[in-house]
Design a protein around this ligand. Structure first.
Ligand SMILES: *Cc1c(COP(=O)(O)O)cnc(C)c1O
Length: 364
């Protein structure tokens, strides 16, 4: 067991326990699945803030590209021997650092590629770009075929910038699930761009964990060459339908918090009631007098909605900035003041806990 850092005081909790063996297993299984379909695996590190301890697990399994949406996280991984991809288009003011810290960027505008080209020329370092095409998820990317071709044409004219590929993203805003048809659209567009520019398009970056179902169904994967996978590694599931990926493990992360109060109290209390600390009107169910526990964790650490108690006899009643309020009536004898409780965090829980200065990270 290895702690992420020494805190200047003795608070061990809340702590996020990261099971590197389970993560390693998921990386192996999912990378094999993609390898078998001839698809390159790009490992997305943003949910764990580019933590080098976790990033290394991917590289140890033969992943050659690490991708993150933030330059800060790419900087944390600078010493890890892998190609680095910037997933969120660099802002114009970030172009210089993007060239320094990343080898390839996802872009939607030729102006951004031109800014990259300017700094790449200065640094004498070729930078690759993948042009994002919006196939209906309505987040990033150019929306029409003509814009895609025109943008690609402008990018291919830039010095020290290579148009490496086309990319698409799914299940991030509109919840659009990628289909085989979408992959054909993308690869046809790549052929059209090659026809206009004479530049071959090497990479069709088909999407993220929501594309994995295409591989699990044994569908034809000839029309894309790469997936950028984050969530599936952490939870062992594809994200289009939420199906488990055979052979993976779904609990790589556990969040632990300490019980700081245990009292029997009424479930509701009548009076002149206003709002909770976040401006919401509380609706409490009357279940009589119940054993409750308070844990020393709150919204400043993680979004509490993303937590599931590992003991299924416990339910979360709510929480504020620094307190989590639990009903432990069904198992009150099993827990005492000072004990800890474990929770499974969802994607948003991991995202916040990994970024929080209040949460101790424990690698095991
Ligand atoms: C976050 C992200 C991914 C990874 O998505 P997962 O659902 O975690 O697999 C891939 N591509 C882009 C552009 C992203 O922002």
């Amino acid at each position: 067991m290895q702690l992420s850092r020494e805190l200047p005081f003795h608070s061990m909790y809340p702590s996020l326990h990261i099971n590197l063996q389970n993560l390693s297993r998921n990386v192996q299984v999912i990378k094999n699945l993609l390898d078998g379909a001839g698809i390159e695996t790009v490992a997305v590190t943003k949910a764990f803030c580019g933590d080098p301890v976790l990033a290394k697990v991917f590289v140890d399994h033969g992943v050659t590209t690490l991708a993150d949406s933030r330059l800060y996280n790419l900087e944390r991984m600078a010493d890890i021997p892998a190609r680095k991809m910037l997933l969120r288009s660099p802002a114009l003011n970030e172009a210089e650092d993007a060239v320094r810290l990343a080898d390839v960027s996802l872009v939607s505008h030729s102006e951004v590629a031109a800014a990259l080209s300017r700094y790449a020329t200065g640094q004498k370092k070729t930078h690759s770009v993948i042009l994002m095409v919006d196939l209906g998820d309505l987040r990033e990317g150019v929306f029409c075929r003509e814009t895609a071709i025109e943008t690609a044409r402008e990018i291919t004219k830039l010095p020290y910038v290579t148009l490496e590929g086309l990319g698409a993203n799914f299940c991030c805003f509109n919840g659009l699930i990628p289909s085989f048809k979408d992959m054909i659209t993308l690869s046809r567009l790549a052929s059209d761009i090659t026809a206009v520019t004479g530049v071959p398009i090497k990479t069709i970056s088909g999407g993220n964990s929501s594309n994995v179902h295409l591989l699990m169904d044994g569908q034809n994967t000839n029309h894309f060459t790469q997936l950028r996978i984050g969530d599936a590694f952490l939870f062992g599931r594809e994200t289009a339908y939420g199906a488990d990926i055979p052979g993976t493990i779904n609990n790589c992360f556990t969040l632990r918090a300490e019980i700081i109060e245990k009292q029997k109290k009424p479930s509701v209390f009548a009076g002149n009631r206003g709002t909770d600390g976040f401006g919401n009107q509380p609706t409490l169910e009357d279940r009589g007098n119940r054993w409750k526990a308070l844990c020393a964790i709150g919204r400043q650490d993680v979004p509490l909605e993303t937590l599931t108690p590992c003991d299924n006899r416990i339910s979360i009643l709510g929480g504020s900035s620094d307190h989590l309020i639990l009903d432990i009536d069904e198992c009150a004898d099993d827990y005492a003041l000072g004990d800890t409780l474990d929770f499974s965090p969802g994607y948003g829980g991991i995202l916040s806990a990994m970024a929080s200065p209040y949460v101790q990270r424990v690698y095991q």
